[in-house]
Design a protein around this ligand. Structure first.
Ligand code: CDP
Ligand code: MG
Length: 733
């Protein structure tokens, strides 16, 4: 398996040690089973209406060092400066004792796979070790992260540890936000950003080391990076390549990188008790809340980490928990609630890393991000509902949706492990042992096999990689999905019939956006409305956090929102109206408050818009405004989104024009009551039904005019309208 088995053995003294071994120690009801819960309820004059019952199933073994280095050696802590304290923390990380060995291995091998449990110090320490060892004299060090928040927060931490200002020697780069300078030598970035850097620098000449971190996450961009970095490593012998992962299943990475040696950093973990519910839970949100409260009133102090699937869930749980904590009275310890998810504002992100005050308990409500990307010290209890949001894609219909799905066993183990970092932990799984054994897959499917590939195909094509079928994928995407992507790019006129990049395609690739959005922008040149279109693109890129709808002021908020929809202009133009009105008030915060608009989202939109404006210049598109002619703006939108067209049915539902499927206008849309005959939508979301979000009315003849190679007259044949006597306008429908 290894190029040199003996050397691999030497480098890898702990190869035999399995951290995830499980021990069956029989079934025992945990402490706050029904009896103790009653006791606790009496103690705290609080009744759990409907508690969650757990069974202890097993204990995950810990892996402690004999001569544990304590991190909190507090003898003279007051005399220490912050920097000294941080340096001590660094030395107490599991990776520290392997520093020299690791540097030696990196020196000896061009490609190295590094495996170490989450929290061992891979992300924060390895780039610093390399910097200290002089690697940055030859070029920058890139460290990729699948998630924006992780890139930002890790860079912030490392800059603290090095005692430098964030953005100077240590920086980060994420989409639409570049916090680096000429000084930057340690660059944390999303995997997607490094992918984009290939466009400007195909051999990554300014880098001496590339560390593809969190490789086990197998995001689409990471998988593509694998192929690209493997390729450049062949002719750039001076480039060091590190592939780091939190899972023990590293052989796959090693195999892919021509049997690169594996360096294992033995983890430090305490035993973790695993508990399952005795029966399936109907409502995992409610079960999670009750479990947190149960832990809080009955279990010794120690912070709690709850895994939820997204921002909305986190906000709901946050709200309900706050409310119910009030009901518990003052006799119980303080519970500090800290949410963390991708769109959380930076200033609030730091809160989760602040030490918990004495006597209080912290509960972190997190998305999957806390599974391996971020390590929060002091977590003793993990609540795992067993779900996460997963993108899935149907290459036949071209429909992509974000769905809540059960996690894999590998994820469940990672989540549980988060409770045993600083002492013995407990994990409460809100599903049964039977569910775990029978319903969970071993591993998650890599993103490349369940996503729309149009974006990646466009990037690869602009890197000059034409033969996609023979690209060196670690796990190849389904050929159907590749074909669909080529088809879509052809329909968007980004590729010609030979599959080569067109001028339009080249321009599109300059924008760090999905191909449909970039096409919309490129097309705005023709319709002389690039000014409006980049505002709309920026607003769409911010996501669904523009409008603010507080529970006690919903009517006011809804009225304010409807103001932007006057004339049933559709959601895209409404977004433009919001942006322009805000701009007219000179970007006033007060105006945002008055109109129930999230000022934070608007600032982000402005930021994105500025960058898109810069990119327009690069692709030589003039900034032109055609403000009063809404039809041309809608035509530019249609040029990008003609795939997403739908026609009204008699029962008020819609049917997508190609690949017919029943969909509905999202209730938040300004057109939800209007129900135009033909619409174009930005995206589909599946909640209770398949909803179209961000909807605009369309004239069917535009489809044939704009995408004649995709739509024929029969597709837009308006049979219902034809029967009407002359003189009856469309409005009569
Ligand atoms: O990458 P890996 O999971 O191996 O560990 P890491 O992210 O380098 O984390 C090492 C230590 O840095 C942990 O004890 C974290 O708590 C700490 N850390 C932090 O305090 N703040 C951050 N933003 C990131 C890490
Ligand atoms: Mg890490």
């Amino acid at each position: 398996r290894y190029r040199d088995p003996e050397a691999a053995e030497k480098m890898n003294p702990f190869a035999e040690q399995e951290a995830w071994e499980e021990h069956q120690i029989g079934k025992a009801t945990i402490k706050f089973g029904s009896k103790d819960r009653k006791q606790a309820a009496d103690d705290y004059q609080y009744v759990f209406e409907d508690g969650v019952e757990f069974i202890k199933a097993s204990v995950m073994d810990g892996t402690q060092f004999e001569d544990e280095l304590s991190s909190g050696n507090d003898d003279s802590s007051e005399a220490k400066t912050m920097l000294e304290k941080l340096q001590e923390d660094r030395k107490s990380l599991p990776i520290y004792r392997y520093r020299e060995e690791l540097l030696k291995a990196i020196q000896d091998h061009q490609v190295l796979v590094i495996v170490g449990e989450t929290g061992s110090g891979k992300t924060t320490q390895i780039p610093q070790y390399l910097h200290e060892a002089g690697y940055t004299k030859a070029g920058k060090i890139a460290c990729t992260q699948p998630r924006r928040v992780a890139a930002m927060s890790v860079a912030a931490r490392v800059s603290q540890e090095m005692g430098v200002k964030l953005g100077h020697e240590v920086g980060y780069s994420i989409r639409f936000e570049d916090c680096t300078s000429e000084k930057t030598v340690l660059k944390y970035m999303t995997d997607g950003m490094l992918l984009r850097e290939f466009l400007g620098e195909p051999d990554l000449a300014s880098y001496s080391v590339v560390m593809v971190d969190e490789a086990h996450e197998r995001t689409l961009s990471t998988d593509i990076l694998f192929g690209l970095v493997k390729d450049i490593a062949r002719f750039r012998k001076d480039l060091k390549l590190l592939i780091s992962s939190a899972t023990l299943d590293a052989e796959k990475f090693s195999d892919y990188f021509d049997s690169a040696p594996i360096f294992k950093i033995p983890g430090r973990r305490y035993p973790v008790e695993i508990h399952f519910t005795t029966a399936p839970e109907a409502d995992y949100i409610d079960a999670a809340i009750v479990t947190v409260l149960q832990i809080h009133v009955t279990q010794p102090l120690g912070d709690i980490l709850v895994f939820l699937t997204g921002q909305e869930e986190i906000e709901t749980v946050d709200e309900i928990l706050k409310h119910r904590i009030k009901g518990l009275g003052t006799k119980i310890a303080e519970l500090i609630i800290c949410p963390i998810y991708a769109n959380l504002p930076t200033e609030l992100q730091a809160k989760i890393f602040e030490p918990t005050p004495e006597g209080a308990r912290k509960v972190v409500l997190a998305t999957n991000i806390a599974e391996t990307s971020l390590t929060i010290d002091g977590i003793k209890y993990v609540v795992d509902p067993g779900f996460c949001k997963i993108k899935s894609y149907n290459p036949r219909t071209g429909m992509e949706s974000l769905l809540v799905n059960p996690i894999s066993k590998a994820s469940a183990e990672q989540r549980a492990g988060r409770s045993g970092r600083t002492g013995p932990g407990k994990c409460f799984r809100l599903y049964t042992k039977y569910n775990y054994d029978h319903d969970l897959e071993e591993n998650s499917v890599p993103e490349i096999q369940r996503t729309n590939l149009a974006n990646v195909v466009l990037t690869l094509k602009s890197l000059g990689i034409h033969d996609l079928v023979n690209f060196d994928f670690m796990d190849p995407p389904p050929s159907e999905a590749l074909l669909k992507a080529l088809e879509q790019l052809f329909a968007l006129n980004a590729l010609n019939s030979r599959g080569e990049l067109t001028k339009t395609g080249r321009r599109m690739a300059e924008f760090p956006l999905d191909p449909m959005l970039s096409k919309m922008i490129v097309a705005s040149d023709k319709y002389k409305c690039s000014d409006e279109i980049i505002s709309i693109a920026a607003m769409l890129s911010v996501g669904n956090s523009i409008f603010y709808r507080p529970k006690d002021k919903q009517v006011h908020a809804d009225n304010a929102r409807l103001n932007f929809h006057t004339g049933n202009v559709g959601d895209h133009i409404a977004l433009l109206n919001v942006y322009n009105s805000w701009k007219e008030t000179n970007y006033s915060t007060q105006w945002c408050y008055e109109n129930y608009i999230q000022v934070r989202s608007m600032k982000r939109a402005r930021d994105i818009r500025d960058q898109l404006e810069g990119l327009l210049e690069r692709v030589e598109i003039e900034l032109t405004s055609n403000g009063n002619d809404l039809d041309t703006i809608k035509k530019a939108i249609t040029s990008g989104f003609f795939h997403h067209s739908a026609k009204l049915q008699k029962n008020g539902s819609y049917r997508t024009v190609k690949n017919p499927q029943t969909v509905y206008i999202h209730p938040n849309s300004g057109l939800a009551q209007v129900l135009p005959r033909w619409v174009i939508y930005h995206e589909l979301v599946l909640t209770t039904k398949e909803f179209m979000r961000q909807v605009t009315e369309l004239k069917p003849e535009w489809l044939v005019e704009i995408a004649p190679h995709y739509y024929q007259l029969k597709d837009v044949d308006d049979s219902g309208a034809k029967k009407l006597p002359r003189g009856t306008g469309r409005a009569a429908l």
